[in-house]
Structures are given as structure tokens and as C-alpha cells.
Design a protein around this ligand. Structure first.
Ligand code: FAD
Ligand code: DLZ
Ligand code: SF4
Length: 507
């Protein structure tokens, strides 16, 4: 008989390795120490994954399939995926192991050893829940000097015929991003995020996580993520009806006390398989045609899923394993403690860390332009920053986390993913948020102890990395401005940066 291993981020009944499952086969799902601790995931992420796995096992059993489910606290649990597979091979007459390719390179490398180590046939299938394969991406990338999401995205729009009017994009433009950068208005009545009721499975798993992972980062309560496909579909529905219409307008906005804003909060469901990208795209396009949301919102949202999500995955599989150790800017400073505690005078950073700790979520601009921007301009080491991002978010898996961090945020890949570093001074955060209103630093002050640290760290970053960045055409303006600065000003910037980094204990 065939043994079909289903991983914690493969919770889709349409999964390639389940497509030909019969009642004679054995499906294996296991909660293992290996996966729960290769990074010390946020407690909420573990509650989410284990609860969703348990519900999914029931879904498969309800379909008449035979599932062997190993709970984390089963005394016979070997702690590893291979240990659990080997245990089943010992007990049953297994001819093949059927697998869908995993989301991370380290596991793919492990699975590729199983045929030899376990002496069985291994049928490793493409993960067709994604909308492009690594081979298709590699063919697209072939011969290109630079990979730009925009061009890849246009191909995907054509391939799936999304928002198309014959050969042209609906509305005459591929991208409406220029309309999607509105600062937040003074008052916003943001609808709440979807809150799933806590069921008996979640309660049991919460106790288990409190007991087994006490030293992991993050708050356990409140927990309101959906843990079933039905719940994830309700979360998607709620986004479509209550938030999609304003998704575009406030996509880049940040508001104190509003962690969720008009984002969809479905990344964790997409990444573990409770939702599929195509159904999200189809529903969004239908909302546009039904007049429920404007084109800037619909195109912007579809671009995130059909464009960015597929693009970063393509880069991951094209560039691994080297991608994991890139450090083009030679950044080497350690992560300051406040990334864990939130204890910093920088209000923007404090809000984003504390929300991350509570929710295992921060929206894209908080990840990119506050936390990521700080990591970039303070010169934090890519390894440490990657570990942090992998650990703190419920939607984190290496295929999507690593390109976002090493490529988009840190420019550690030297420009494979982004044409320039997303570095910004306090002025950007001031424009796009209300964080500066309650900060003990002054965003309008450029130097000295009261100045916003983003201001001098930004120029210190530009100055420090001149050799690597000055010839980048998109940075020309910044280097011209730097060249016009007096030596005293440059010295003040460097001194402020040194003083601040010392104060936070990383210099
Ligand atoms: P929305 O803003 O509502 O966007 C809709 C969907 O589009 C997301 O759910 C996601 O599936 C997709 N998407 C949007 N932006 C991206 C992107 N840059 N790359 C890939 N997919 C995207 N996303 C993850 O899924 N896992 C991660 O570990 C992760 N780490 C990130 C780290 C950094 C430093 C940055 C800058 C971004 C990261 N992202 C990651 C991308 C993005 O921030 C999250 O997908 C998004 O915030 C999830 O929230 P949401 O579902 O409300 O997204
Ligand atoms: C994220 C996660 C966690 C926390 N635990 C498990 C687990 O116990 N068993 C499992 O099969 N999968 C888990 N996962 C998801 C895997 O880490 C994920 O499949 C790989 O990282 C590949 O993307
Ligand atoms: Fe952040 Fe600077 Fe604004 Fe304070 S003043 S919230 S540190 S951008």
C-alpha cells in the first residue's frame, strides 16, 4: 500500500499527493518537534498549525480515507518526519511514499534522501496549488539580467486571463499602485478582522502549546484564527464584503491601535492550504465585475497574490540554497533586544513589535517600512533578521519569508528581487502613519538626541554603503544630496548613528 505524508502546510483536499488516494492507502500526519522547533515559531502559529492539521485529518477521515495522526504528546512520537515515516514502514507493507514537494529547501533535500535511507520508492509531486512551477519561473528568468515582479505579473495576468479585456488589461493599465498610497485620514472606522470561535480542538492545542513551548515568542491569547477550510472561507468572505473596497486606498497606511486595517489577513490560510490562490483571485475579480470594489483595490489585491506571491516563490526555488547566505551589504550587527520586548522609545517600532507579539501578524508596510527598514538602515545581520521574521509571523514559511527579507527588505541579494533598497527616513513613516504623534523622538529633527533615529540612520546607511549603491540609477538623487552635505553634517550623522547604536547595545 502507499503511504501519503501530508505536512502542516499541505492542508488542501486537492493536494497533488492526495489526488489518487484510495481507501487502501495510509495517510500520515504528524506533529513533530523537528517542524515545531527548527525555528522557535510564535506560540500562536503552532496553535494554528496543529489545530488546522487536526481538523484536516478529520476532514479526510470523513471522506472515508484512512489517516494515521500522531499528536505531539503521543509517548511514541519520534519527533521527526522521517522517524514517523520509518515507524509506519515497520508496521505496514508499504510499497511507495507519496509526497507533495514541501515549501522549504531543507525538507526537499531531506525527502530526496528517503528512497535510499528507507529503501522504498518515493513519488515526489509538484505542488500544483501554486500558479506557476519553479520550472516555468526558471524559463521566464532565463536570459534576463534583472527579475522584476511587474513583468512576471503581466505574464501571469495573460496566462490566467485575469482582469483582461482581450489582449489588454482592464482599465488600460496593468498596475494602479499610484492610487494605492493614501495616508490614513484622521478618523477611520475599520471593520474588525474575522474572529473564529474557539473550539475544543483549539482549546486542547492551546494547553499543549503552553505546556510544551513555554519559551517560544508571542502571546497565546486572544486566538481567533480560523482553523478549518469553512472558517478560512468565512474570513475570505468577510474581507470581500467589508474591506476589499478600501484595500487599495489604505494598503500602505499604518494607524496606531489598528493592526489589521483593510488587509485581508488570509496569508496564513493560503500558505497552509486552507485557501487556494486561484479561488481568492477569482472571487476578487468577480467582486469587481459585480461593482463591489473599484479597480485600484481589485488589481492591487490580485497583484499581491498572482504577482508577488508567485514571484517570490519563483526566486526562492531558483536561487536556493545560495540565497540563504547572501549578504551583499555585509551587514553584521546583532538584532537589538527590543525586537523581542518592544521596549524602545521609537513608537513606530514599539507598536509594530507589540502587535506582532500579540497577533503573530503585522501588515506588509509595518513589516517592510518600519521593522524591515530599521533592520536595513541599522545594518542588522541577515541571518538574525531572517530568523526573527521566520519565527514571529503565523504565515511564515521560508519560500516566502526569505525573499521578502533578504531580497525586498535587506537588499542582501544585491538586487535580484528589488531594483533598490526600500530604505526610508522618518518622513515616510510620518506621512503614512500617526505613530510620530505619540513618539518621544521628533520626526522633524534630523540630528541630536531628540532627533528621530530613522533620520540619521538613513543617511548613515546611504553613506556607509556608497560603494555598493552609488551607481544604482534609482539611488542617484540620494547620492547627489549626500555629496552636497557639509563634512560637519556627515560627521554629525555618523556620530548620532554611533551613539544610538551604542545606546541600544548593538555597537
Ligand atoms: P494582504 O496585504 O491582504 O495581501 C494579500 C495576500 O497577498 C497575502 O496574504 C499574501 O499571500 C500575498 N502577498 C502580499 N504581499 C506579498 C509579498 N511581498 N510576498 C508574498 N506574498 C505576498 N508573507 C507571507 O506569506 N509569509 C511571510 O513569512 C512573509 N514575510 C514577510 C517579511 C517581510 C519583511 C515583508 C516585507 C513581507 C513579508 N510577507 C510575508 C509578505 C506580506 O507582508 C504578507 O503576505 C502579508 O502581510 C500577509 O497579510 P495579509 O494576508 O493581510 O496580506
Ligand atoms: C509550521 C509547522 C509546524 C509548526 N509544525 C508542523 C508539524 O508538526 N508537522 C508538520 O507536518 N508540519 C508542521 N509545520 C509545517 C512545516 O514546517 C512545513 O511543511 C515546512 O516548513 C515546509 O514548508
Ligand atoms: Fe518612528 Fe521616528 Fe516617528 Fe518616532 S519619530 S514614530 S521613531 S518615525
Amino acid at each position: 500500500m502507499k503511504l501519503r505524508l501530508v505536512l502542516g502546510d499541505q492542508l488542501s483536499t486537492t493536494l497533488a499527493s492526495l489526488s489518487d488516494a484510495t481507501h487502501d492507502d495510509l495517510i500520515l500526519m504528524c506533529e513533530v518537534n523537528q517542524e515545531a522547533t527548527y525555528v522557535k515559531h510564535h506560540k500562536k502559529k503552532i496553535v494554528f498549525v496543529f489545530s488546522a492539521m487536526r481538523h484536516f485529518a478529520k476532514t479526510l477521515r470523513d471522506q472515508g480515507l484512512r489517516v494515521h495522526y500522531v499528536t505531539y504528546d503521543d509517548p511514541k512520537n519520534t519527533g521527526s518526519l522521517m522517524g514517523e515515516v520509518a515507524a509506519q514502514i515497520q508496521q505496514h507493507d508499504i510499497s511507495d511514499i507519496v509526497l507533495t514537494k514541501p515549501g522549504e529547501f531543507r525538507l526537499l533535500a531531506e525527502f530526496e534522501t528517503w528512497a535510499r535511507l528507507l529503501n522504498v520508492d518515493v513519488d515526489l509531486r509538484e505542488d500544483d496549488r501554486f500558479l506557476s512551477t519553479p520550472a516555468e519561473f526558471a524559463a521566464w528568468a532565463e536570459g534576463r539580467k534583472q527579475f522584476r515582479m511587474e513583468f512576471f505579473y503581466r505574464e501571469m495576468r495573460r496566462k490566467y486571463r485575469v482582469l483582461m479585456d482581450g489582449p489588454d488589461p482592464i482599465g488600460g493599465q496593468w498596475n494602479f499602485d499610484a492610487d494605492n498610497r493614501k495616508p490614513p485620514p484622521k478618523t477611520l472606522n475599520v471593520p474588525d478582522t474575522y474572529k473564529a470561535p474557539v473550539d475544543a480542538v483549539v482549546t486542547e492545542v492551546t494547553h499543549l502549546v503552553a505546556r510544551e513551548f513555554p519559551d517560544h515568542f508571542g502571546d497565546l491569547d486572544p486566538f481567533h484564527f480560523a482553523v478549518t477550510r469553512e472558517g478560512a472561507l468565512q474570513a475570505l468572505d468577510q474581507f470581500m464584503t467589508e474591506r476589499l473596497a478600501l484595500f487599495g486606498d489604505y494598503q500602505d497606511a499604518m494607524v496606531q491601535g489598528e493592526p489589521w486595517l483593510y488587509h485581508s489577513h488570509i496569508g496564513l490560510y493560503l500558505n497552509c492550504g486552507l485557501l487556494t490562490p486561484l479561488e481568492c483571485i477569482t472571487r476578487t475579480e468577480a467582486a469587481y465585475h459585480a461593482g463591489l470594489a473599484p479597480l485600484n483595490a481589485v488589481e492591487g489585491f490580485i497583484r499581491q497574490i498572482l504577482g508577488w506571491r508567485e514571484f517570490v516563490r519563483g526566486i526562492y526555488w531558483l536561487k536556493m540554497p545560495e540565497y540563504k547566505s547572501t549578504n551583499a551589504l555585509g551587514a553584521s550587527r546583532p538584532l537589538p533586544d527590543f525586537f523581542w520586548t518592544g521596549e524602545t522609545q521609537m513608537n513606530c517600532v514599539r507598536q509594530c513589535v507589540l502587535e506582532t507579539k500579540q497577533n503573530a501578524y503585522a501588515h506588509h508596510i509595518q513589516r517592510l517600512m518600519v521593522l524591515g527598514n530599521f533592520a536595513l538602515i541599522a545594518g542588522l545581520a541577515p541571518d538574525e533578521v531572517n530568523e526573527w521574521y521566520m519565527l514571529v509571523y503565523a504565515d511564515a514559511y521560508e519560500w516566502v519569508e526569505l525573499p521578502n527579507v533578504s531580497g525586498m527588505v535587506l537588499f542582501a541579494d544585491g538586487g535580484v528581487l528589488a531594483s533598490k533598497p526600500y530604505a526610508a527616513s522618518g518622513a515616510y513613516i510620518k506621512k503614512m502613519s500617526n505613530y510620530c504623534d505619540s513618539c518621544s523622538y521628533k520626526v522633524s529633527v534630523k540630528n541630536g538626541p531628540k532627533a528621530c533615529p530613522f533620520n540619521y540612520l538613513y543617511w548613515d546607511f546611504i553613506d556607509r554603503n556608497a560603494e555598493m549603491l552609488h551607481s544604482n540609477p534609482r539611488m542617484g538623487f540620494m547620492y547627489k544630496t549626500l555629496a552636497r552635505m557639509s563634512n560637519e553634517k556627515r560627521e554629525a550623522i555618523a556620530n548620532d548613528a554611533q551613539r544610538f547604536l551604542k545606546e541600544i547595545g548593538i555597537k
